[in-house]
Ligand binder design. Sequence first.
Ligand code: PBG
Length: 328
Amino acid sequence: MSFRLNHARPRRNRKSQVIRSMVEETTLDTNDLIFPLFLLEGTGKKIEVESMPGIYRLSLDTMLREIEECVKLGINAFDIFPVVDEKHKDKIASKSYDRNFFYLRALATIKKEFPDVCIMTDVAMDPYSSDGHDGLVKDGKIDNDLTLDILGKMALAQAETGIDIIGPSDMMDGRVGYLRTLLDDNGFTEVSIMSYTAKYASAFYSPFRDALDSAPKFGDKKTYQMNPANRREALIEASLDAAEGADFLMVKPAMVYLDVIRLLRDNFNLPIAAYNVSGEYSMVKAAHAKGWIDGERVMMELLLSIKRAGADVILTYFAKEYASLTRS
Ligand code: PBG
């Protein structure tokens, strides 16, 4: 041989499965996953979301069975979103804090049936708003401070059902501090806040908006959700949320914002969550259905990359599939 390789040969640590597993730096675990679920009014319902193969809108009875199955697979955390009929929507999202509304009643039942399971809820107006926006529309604009008042009523009504974590997903200014104070003043000091800290105005949310029929009726969400071009702004948002008492900082979407996940991981000590959103899920499913990629392997690589970027917690529609595939 006319040349000599350096003594270090990194391939030695890849030579067998045992050694590869021994030196593996990042591991995924079902304990780190939160499974988003879509709740329908009524009974006996299970309707697939067309743009999200394998994901269903479920009525309470079918959702209870689904949660039971997931718990057996090791999934113990769920983020539950309501599908609200058009006739129940109005300007001020009043159903979001109506104690008789099916969503709030269902949450209480779910917590009663599964007291040890972690239930997260979404605090934002869009599923209940006739404008399809996350905030209150006044003179064609989203009014920040009037929105806080509604978010507060919503968060309290959700907290009363016994849920564990609220997820303010609206990107209004000051919401974390406002909700933390309100929850504490009303005796809900134990309810956690997973703040959607760096939530981008993304094109990846459209299958979710199909699932909930919650697309904005006019305009877009760019005056509240962040510009995909911005990284430093995520630090500003994270500093505010941390100071206002958030328990988790979330980045959303996940796949195309891995740098932002890493940025928050390196600059904050709070747990970092990442929302692997609907469009990210649908792309994998669509390409798999075409036979262009191996969907299962891509899913594994994708979830691992989110973890490797620094996320502690991943909200993902793949949760159940991942748990079924990896169950030993
Ligand atoms: C509501 C909300 C959205 C998502 C989670 N909470 C939609 C939006 O902001 O338009 C998106 C989740 C997904 O795409 O999977 N504020």
